[in-house]
Write a protein that binds this ligand. Structure first.
Ligand SMILES: [Zn+2]
Length: 244
């Protein structure tokens, strides 16, 4: 029987795995390269993040997506034009900040969030997000999901056009993205929220809506009567309620 020769990397990692190593985390800590944390890591890796959105956003921050400026430097293609606007050369910064398509979509997302602040460069947007989107509040989680979804769907739209799979306007993409995020939040509500009532109240606050209506008790010595009624036009049935 011939002797099995392991590749170099494999031979280097095996001695780190002993009979005492029982946890995957210990193995990973042994074989990985330890580096300082980057300042922006919580913008994409946060509680309840959506992996496919975070991975594309992570590659965008590292500028490792195969944008046309990189493909030209690698001598793979010669056409540099952005396929979303057909006006300027495609690069990471153009695709996600400077392109009129991306600007329109991002401004719409900011308007939905009642936030008007705009950023002139990719770097300032990342710095702003790093400083602003901290903690585990629902608002910061929703904004990080919105931003990573923005990056993901811009990249998906760019690839859809590049490989002739049709195109969508920024408004159509916004509807799609909002639906995706809404679907995700709905799943959170059903599966992971310990206190659904509090979660729903926080959602309403984020959306700028009123909290649930509550009946305030009257002052001492005052009798308060609340009347309400309903009519079902299809059956003609009526209901009246009185609370004293
Ligand atoms: Zn463009």
């Amino acid at each position: 029987m011939s002797k099995l020769t392991l590749p170099l990397a494999r031979r280097e990692t095996l001695p780190n795995v002993t009979a005492d190593t029982t946890k995957t985390k210990e193995i990973w800590d042994n074989i990985r390269l330890h580096r300082d944390k980057v300042s922006w890591h919580k913008v994409i890796w946060f509680p309840l993040h959506i992996p496919k959105l975070s991975i594309i956003s992570w590659m965008a921050i590292l500028d490792h997506l195969p944008t046309r400026d990189r493909l030209i430097r690698m001598r793979i293609i010669t056409d540099s034009l952005c396929i979303l606007c057909n006006e300027d050369p495609e690069s990471r910064n153009h695709l996600f900040v400077d392109c009129i398509y991306a600007t329109s979509l991002w401004n719409s997302i900011m308007n939905l969030s009642s936030m008007r602040y705009t950023h002139r460069s990719w770097e300032s947007r990342i710095e702003w997000a790093t400083q602003t989107w901290k903690g585990k509040s629902l608002l910061s989680i929703i904004l990080r999901i919105a931003w990573t979804a923005f990056i993901y769907f811009i990249w998906e739209e760019r690839n859809r056009r590049l490989f002739n799979r049709g195109s969508r306007t920024a408004d159509q993409l916004l509807t799609y993205e909002a639906l995706q995020s809404a679907g995700y939040l709905a799943r959170l509500f059903l599966n992971t929220v310990d206190n659904p009532l509090q979660w729903l109240e926080e959602c309403l606050l984020v959306l700028g809506l009123e909290r649930f209506a509550t009946l305030k008790p009257p002052s001492v010595g005052v009798v308060k009567l609340n009347f309400d009624g309903s009519l079902d036009p299809t059956t003609g049935s009526t209901t009246v309620g009185i609370i004293a």
